[in-house]
Design a protein around this ligand. Structure first.
Ligand SMILES: C[S@@+](CC[C@H](N)C(=O)[O-])C[C@H]1O[C@@H](n2cnc3c(N)ncnc32)[C@H](O)[C@@H]1O
Length: 463
């Protein structure tokens, strides 16, 4: 058994690091990522970033230097791939002179960086890679451009999805105006099977000897009672390092399972450590907003209206209140955003059997051509194609093309080429269906069902 430690000092974190390093992109067969790794979310973020760039364009920009968009913990790379496409389309249509945009995918896992370098879908010259450890690094060494960034000339955009739930935080109980630290004991080496026990120990302020973290704790002692609150220690340290890299002008778009308001932080027990091969904690995004406002910045959030995921936009160093960023956040996140999409499509996916082919295509269009949604509705579509009229069949063909064109394979997902093959066969597009079944065979290896479908296509084609 290990001795009890502050949560941020727990051996859990190094086990987690080893877990990611050992698996690289294969981690995503186990780690849930679909909520954010989809075309709808890429497009929503691209709209907010576009708003921010339009705000920046009214201020001081160096048109000869790149404007960097840095993604932290970019994982399998599906988000980056979709976002660069979506933002590129928006910028192409924008009648404004902006610096060239460079998208820097980062992660701390060398094996993940090696996967990206070998992936032809990430060959876009706008994309670069850098190793960046959220808990330690201050600079970015761009692998393709061969340069080191320690201060950028233009405002910095940072994207961080499902990453701040994976870096060290502390937990404190506030009870009757007394502060106790929640210390964690870990028994066992396997994250999924280990025993985790919290105990409380009285502590005094100042606790950290870091003015900002101690002020945050003091703030919570004043505002909360009978609650356990986490202090996102590593995340706040990372924000400080990014602030300095950015020269004080930064937009951070981040999403996690999180609390964003003081009301949301109230009345909580010790943090739940949810395990899925690796593990994650609810993130205290309220503390991020507190950090930004201390610097004259702001954080846009959806209050406590989120079920699966909170998406916030944190801004520092803007000159005129950043109206376009606010408007874009309102349109793309607040009104109907990534969390709403998740809730809405989960309900619809339970109803796909009752939907017509036209309704299914329109659901697919609504997700902006998400492959995961298509795989989920494939059986229903196959059953409905025969009764679809000619325009709907044409629409469906276009839909399959749109999904295929955007698709970025991630380990552990369903077999998209096989799914496309089944639907194309029902559309009597036998040559295209054959291509898809053969692509499935090549990607996923021998499979009786794929081989049977190939034989059916060949028969139809008289081969
Ligand atoms: C839960 S995954 C999220 C991946 C991706 N952002 C997504 O939404 O699918 C966490 C990612 O962060 C990376 N990661 C974990 N700890 C990190 C750290 N300290 N610094 C940088 N990356 C880290 C992992 O390698 C993994 O790719």
């Amino acid at each position: 058994m290990n001795a009890s430690t502050a949560l941020s000092e727990s051996p859990l974190w190094s086990l987690q690091r080893e877990w990611y390093e050992a698996r690289a992109s294969d981690a995503f067969a186990e780690v849930p990522h679909q909520v954010l790794d989809n075309p709808f979310v890429s497009a929503a973020y691209a709209r907010v970033v576009l708003g921010y760039l339009r705000d920046c364009a009214r201020g001081k920009l160096d048109l000869d230097e790149p404007l960097y968009i840095v993604e932290l913990g970019a994982g399998a790379g599906r988000f980056a791939h979709g976002f660069v496409r979506e933002l590129g389309a928006l910028l192409d249509a924008l009648p404004l002179e902006l610096p060239p945009v460079v998208y820097v995918m980062t992660d701390f896992s060398e094996s993940t960086l090696a996967d990206w370098a070998a992936n032809p879908r990430l060959a876009d010259a706008q994309i670069d890679f850098a190793s960046f450890d959220v808990t330690a690094d201050s600079t970015l060494q761009l692998r393709r451009r061969g340069i080191v960034l320690d201060k950028v000339a233009n405002p910095l955009v940072v994207i961080a999805n499902y990453i701040f739930d994976s870096v060290p935080a502390d937990a404190f109980a506030i009870e009757d105006e007394r502060l106790q630290e929640c210390l964690l004991t870990v028994e066992g080496e396997d994250i999924d099977a280990m025993d985790l026990t919290f105990e409380r120990r009285p502590v005094q302020l100042p606790h950290y000897g870091d003015a900002e973290l101690d002020d945050l704790l003091e703030h919570y002692m004043e505002e909360l009672d009978d609650s356990v609150v986490t202090v996102p220690r590593a995340a706040i340290d990372c924000l400080n390092r990014l602030e300095s890299l950015s020269g004080g002008r930064m937009l951070l778009l981040t999403a996690d399972k999180a609390y964003t308001t003081e009301a949301g932080l109230a009345g909580r027990p010790e943090p739940e450590i949810s395990r899925h091969g690796s593990f994650s904690l609810m993130v205290n995004l309220h503390a991020f907003g507190w950090w930004a406002r201390r610097r004259g910045g702001d954080m846009l959030d959806t209050g406590d209206r989120h079920t699966t995921i909170a998406v916030v936009a944190l801004m520092i160093g803007g000159e005129d209140g950043q109206p376009e960023t606010r408007q874009a956040y309102e349109d793309a996140i607040e009104r109907f955003g990534p969390d709403d999409l998740m809730t809405f499509t989960e309900g619809l996916e339970r109803s796909v059997d009752a939907m017509t082919a036209a309704e299914l295509v329109s659901l697919l269009r609504f997700t902006l051509w998400d492959s995961y949604t298509l795989i989920g509705m494939a059986d229903a579509l196959v059953a409905k194609v025969a009764e679809a009229d000619v325009p709907t069949r044409e629409d469906l063909r276009d839909a399959l093309y749109e999904v295929y064109e955007r698709h970025y394979p991630v380990p552990g997902e369903g077999d998209l080429p096989f799914t496309l093959g089944l639907i194309l066969y029902e559309l009597e597009d036998y040559a295209e269906a054959l291509d898809c079944f053969e692509a499935s065979l090549e990607r996923y290896g021998p499979d009786a069902s794929t081989e049977y479908n190939i034989a059916l296509c060949r028969e139809q084609l008289g081969q």
